[in-house]
Ligand binder design. Structure first.
Ligand code: GUN
Length: 294
């Protein structure tokens, strides 16, 4: 059994990006600049955005955190987005999700300039991804693909069962793994809350990608011997005995499922760190594309 060590691989990717940034500096070029917009004080979002900004600093990017209050109006947020679209210094930016309930998420994501949409959430970028065109691929599915590639996990011709049809993970990873290319060419089944025979399907799977958000949902009796497991779940489970008051767990009963697996991602330390590395990669790509456009 091989652990797909997202922490290690993400550090390698960050080192590769840092080397490119050093080269940019030496050449007197502008370094990539990522901005993140956070509305409100959701604990997990604060952690994620903090981590993204810290990673930028470490690899030599410029970064800007725009933290707006919970009661920010949709209009004010759209104005902020427009300002970022216009700001020539910003190469790429993200609007951290989820947004407060009074804001229409779709409206905000539609307002992001696709050339700066390093999250790859804009319909233009999602559409390009689905059509095999060059674009920004959302960081989590991009990270999963990169992890599979760097560990040379066999994917071609395999049966992949994806659990969850979210726009951010399930839907895009099902498209990417069925496309032509490295870590792809798979036969993909996309399952969701209305799937009636999930266990029957996961038992047939060579690879399971779980993006459900239900702690330890996938049990050992649901997978076959030699399976590859990609666990995208990150859930905070309340636990008074821990200093933070919670612990982090994935969608997979790691202890038992890992005994049957040939490859498996841990939580934490699997897909999560890869997501951040690929966001940085997208920001570097945005800078390079802006350079070549000027
Ligand atoms: N919320 C959960 N994952 C993500 C992500 O990848 N990007 C943004 N902007 N928000 C998220």
């Amino acid at each position: 059994m091989t652990i797909l060590d997202g922490k290690k691989i993400s550090n390698q990717i960050k080192e590769e990006i840092a080397a490119e940034v050093s080269q940019m500096k030496e050449n007197g070029e502008k370094v990539p600049h990522l901005a993140a917009v956070l509305v409100g004080n959701d604990g997990a979002s604060l952690t994620y955005v903090g981590s993204k900004v810290r990673s930028c600093k470490k690899i030599g990017f410029e970064s800007t955190l725009i933290h707006l209050p919970e009661d920010t109006t949709e209009e004010a947020l759209l104005e902020q987005v427009e300002q970022l679209n216009q700001d020539k210094d910003i190469d790429g930016y993200i609007v951290q999700l989820p947004l407060p309930k009074h804001i229409d998420e779709e409206k905000v994501l539609m307002a992001v300039n696709p050339d700066k949409d390093v999250d790859g959430f804009h319909p233009t970028n999602f559409g390009k991804m689905a059509l095999d065109m060059e674009t920004f691929i959302s960081a989590t599915p991009f990270g999963i693909m990169e992890l599979l590639r760097r560990y040379s996990v066999p994917v071609e011709g395999k049966h992949v069962v994806v659990i969850g049809r979210s726009h951010i993970v399930g839907r895009p990873i099902s498209i990417l793994m069925s496309q032509k290319g490295e870590a792809a060419n798979a036969t993909v089944t996309l399952t969701h809350s209305r799937t009636t025979n999930l266990k029957e399907l996961t038992l047939q799977a060579d690879i399971v990608v779980s993006a459900l958000g239900v702690p330890e949902f996938l049990k050992a009796d649901m997978v076959k011997e030699g399976v590859t497991i990609i666990d995208v779940g990150i859930t905070r489970v309340p636990d008074e005995t821990r200093e933070r008051g919670y612990y982090i767990t994935g969608d997979v009963d790691f202890e038992n499922v890992s005994k049957k697996a040939s490859f498996i991602t841990p939580v934490p330390g699997g897909v999560g760190p890869m997501t951040i590395a690929m966001l940085l990669k997208n920001t570097l790509l945005a800078r390079e594309r802006h350079n070549s456009a000027n």
